[in-house]
Unconditional design. Structure first.
Length: 402
């Protein structure tokens, strides 16, 4: 029984950065070496691990917390990734560009599997973009239930196929197949070697927030607040909100932190997607005064914009002397953003984009195609060039309208 337990790579909706990433993948795919090169960070598979799928960029295995399973019992599997220095992979919401890993399992009849669970991500700057994901390593546990009609002495076979995207200066899609043959016994038998790895992976997962959450937006500005006595000044050093859905907030914008007795407030900037109407969901990662980081899933009710101390909206200027309140500064809006300056910066950005590894090869291929038409009639060359330009302009008009 095939069962997909990952996340869709490109959700519906306008995502221009994802489309550009797809183009980069198409260019890079013919250059990808077979996944048989020495791997990263593994010293051979354990008894309850599949054979590793290895490339110079990543090594991936499917592991079981149980060396033997029992009829009708649930246990955990884990997709484990080890990444070469400089390479990263992605969270459920990969940010401005990317794709989270997927795993499709083929289980015996009567068995079932839950979704991959993702640890709290990190912010990963990627040129002008900000992605959400993992560097170095990432472990994604999931729960599998064994059918109750299996008998001791049989074998519970798990087969799976996965795909994941790894990025450094370019992004490369990888894939592989996994197989685990787990004996069925009267009682489940944990794998002694892997038990610590599963405990560590479980501890890295975001936990449900014990605090009430609320959020709101007013034009381009917004904020999310957590209310709890444990979150006051002196208890929190840093905090960051990772939205569950792309476009809810601007991933690259700063999130100014305001602490008050009884909670914290994080300033947000509106993203390119639709504003959340009822709830803003995601993960808040909090670093305490001792430097310990913990992550919490939040579902904030949408209402008035939460304010910092003394009624000043997060991200706004403090009241000026004499009672006058200056206009709040909106991130990204400055005196140089007149139409001529905007056009100049857009042109420079376009030139820079054309030199990126994911775009320049496409331009080179097009230039070669035009060169091959050098002996053709001038009218045909003009029609070909005009069609190419019209296609580019139309594509960007469609993307801009999405």
């Amino acid at each position: 029984m095939a069962q997909v337990v990952g996340f869709p790579g490109i959700p519906a909706g306008g995502r221009p950065a994802r489309l550009a990433l797809a183009a980069a993948i198409l260019v890079a795919a013919p250059l990808i070496p077979p996944l048989v090169a020495p791997g990263i960070g593994w010293n051979g598979a354990q008894a309850a691990e599949s054979a590793p799928v290895a490339s110079p960029r990543a090594t991936v295995v499917l592991a079981s917390e149980m060396a033997a399973v029992a009829p009708g019992q649930s246990f955990r599997l884990m997709l484990r990734q080890r990444l070469a220095p400089g390479w990263h992979t992605y969270w459920t919401n990969p940010g401005d560009a990317g794709q989270p890993p997927e795993l499709a399992l083929d289980l015996p009849a009567g068995a079932s599997a839950g979704p991959l669970r993702f640890p709290a991500p990190e912010r990963i700057p990627f040129g002008p973009l900000v992605n959400f994901g993992y560097e170095g390593r990432a472990d994604f546990p999931l729960t599998v239930t064994v059918p109750g009609d299996l008998a001791p002495g049989q074998v519970f076979t798990v087969q799976g196929s996965g795909n994941w995207l790894v990025c450094e200066k370019v992004c490369i899609p990888e894939e592989g197949s996994f197989r685990l043959d787990l004996p069925v016994e009267a009682k489940p038998r944990p794998d002694a070697v892997l038990s610590a790895a599963f405990a560590e992976a479980e501890a890295a997962l975001p936990r449900p927030s014990p605090w009430a959450a609320r959020a709101g937006f007013d034009g381009p500005r917004g904020a999310i607040a957590l209310d709890g006595a444990e979150l006051g000044p002196g208890a929190v050093k840093q905090a960051f909100f990772f939205p569950a859905e792309w476009g809810a907030v601007d991933n690259a914008a700063p999130q100014p932190l305001s602490l008050r007795d009884g909670g914290l407030v994080l300033g947000l900037s509106r993203g390119q997607g639709d504003a959340p109407k009822e709830r803003l969901e995601g993960v808040v990662a909090i670093t305490d005064a001792a430097g310990t980081r913990a992550a919490y899933t939040v579902s904030a009710a949408i209402g008035p914009v939460p304010v910092a101390a003394e009624g000043v909206p997060v991200g706004a200027a403090a009241p000026a002397a004499g009672g006058a309140t200056p206009r709040a500064a909106v991130p990204g809006i400055g005196p140089l953003q007149t139409a001529p300056w905007a056009m100049l910066w857009a042109a420079l950005g376009g030139l820079l984009l054309n030199l990126m590894p994911c775009v320049f090869p496409i331009l080179a291929m097009k230039a070669i195609g035009l060169a091959r038409l050098s002996g053709e009639a001038r009218r045909r060359v003009r029609v070909h060039a005009a069609s190419y330009c019209a296609g580019v302009v139309l594509s960007f008009l469609v993307l801009g309208g999405g």
